[in-house]
Ligand binder design. Structure first.
Ligand SMILES: NC(=O)c1ccc[n+]([C@@H]2O[C@H](COP(=O)([O-])OP(=O)(O)OC[C@H]3O[C@@H](n4cnc5c(N)ncnc54)[C@H](O)[C@@H]3O)[C@@H](O)[C@H]2O)c1
Length: 325
């Protein structure tokens, strides 16, 4: 029997590769960089299954080039790089990696929250430069966390995990979401509010919505002006949810106190001026970059691909309706 041909567009942790290699022929992008569009379209030809990254656009052109593919598994929970409608029309299953990276990403949001609020990176720079003159009562004073209000925008898996981890800091939790999260309300006494109320009342706002047409530029100059001047914005969702140029202005003008960012509107670039600000901490889209999360993602993409090439429902399929046809 012919072994299914699988292509992986970027080296992933070994566990999933081994799982696939047991029954499939696996080829992996040999470069330590995303493939160019031309390279990608050439490599995916004639494959039975393809593992993609958030940097690969899975659209009509991709699906044309990969004609005959039995499924595409995204190595990410966010799937704004995939045209789900187009794949569904063609009967091609798509999958993502929900759940396995929830805690890692929420932990990253907390890491950014503390780093920006207590000025960890800024003061680390002073230490390394040998510029610390010694302890002083007015040095590097930052914001408080305990007892402050945490606003969660998008209380799904990661947003709820972020909220749960606030318990040790006695933080009242507000959230806004298209859906009601009754579990979170019971567990934390979290209160569902309108977006505008959350903006005005929160000391920390952590963003966890997917990138959709309606969440693009959810935050811009108008929203920053509605926030407290002492508030911090944390974004581990997707860059375009925030108008980054307007964020730079808000941080410069003191409309908000600071921001912790893991994602950028024009990745891998940052807009002009962002890196020059002391009141922002910037991480290179490493929200899911923990050992267990990346291993879990690797296992889950492999399990999805194995199901897809076998013609059985993929465990975390994004368009399960195709199996009902
Ligand atoms: N930085 C990283 O490395 C990293 C890692 C994992 C996930 N992410 C991002 O985090 C996002 C969330 O992941 P998740 O697993 O929690 O997804 P999820 O689907 O469990 O949660 C998203 C929540 O947002 C809500 N929502 C959707 N549109 C909304 C709107 N307009 N207003 C308010 N709420 C809205 C949904 O109802 C849902 O509850 C992903 O889509 C991805 O883009 C980033």
């Amino acid at each position: 029997m012919n072994r299914p041909k699988i292509y992986i567009t970027r080296l992933i942790p070994q566990f999933g590769i081994d799982l696939l290699k047991a029954t499939c022929d696996v080829e992996i992008n040999p470069h330590d960089r995303p493939l160019t569009r031309q390279e990608l379209l050439a490599q995916i030809k004639g494959r039975d299954g393809i593992v993609t990254m958030l940097t690969d656009k899975v659209d009509a052109e991709f699906l044309d080039a990969a004609a005959g593919v039995k499924g595409v598994a995204n190595f990410a929970v966010g799937f704004d790089n995939m045209d789900v409608k187009e794949a569904t029309k063609r009967g091609v299953p798509l999958s993502n990696t929900p759940g396995v990276l929830t805690n890692a990403t929420a932990e990253m949001a907390w890491a950014l929250l503390f780093a920006v609020c207590r000025r960890v990176v800024e003061s680390d720079g002073v230490m390394r430069a040998g510029q610390w003159p010694g302890w002083a009562p007015l040095q590097f004073i930052g914001g408080d966390v305990t007892g402050k209000t945490l606003g969660i925008v998008g209380a799904g898996r990661i947003g709820a995990a972020m909220a749960r981890k606030s318990r040790g800091f006695d933080m009242p939790v507000l959230y806004c979401d298209a859906d009601q999260n009754e579990k979170l309300e019971q567990e934390l006494d979290a209160k569902k509010v309108e977006f505008e109320e959350l903006l005005a009342a929160s000391d920390f706002i952590s963003v966890h919505v997917p990138l959709l047409p309606e969440t693009r530029h959810l935050f811009g100059a108008k929203q920053f002006k509605m926030m407290k001047k002492t508030a911090y914005l944390i974004n581990t969702s997707r860059g375009p949810v925030i108008n980054e140029a307007e964020l730079v202005d808000a941080l410069k003008n003191g409309d908000i106190a600071g921001a912790g960012l893991d994602v950028y509107e024009f990745e891998p670039k940052m807009v002009d001026g962002l890196k020059d600000l002391n009141n922002v901490v910037v991480a290179p889209h490493t929200g899911s970059a923990s050992v267990s999360a990346r291993e879990g993602m690797s296992r889950l993409v492999a399990e999805n691909i194995l199901a897809m090439v076998a013609g059985t429902p993929a465990p975390t399929c994004l368009n399960p309706e195709i199996y009902k046809k």
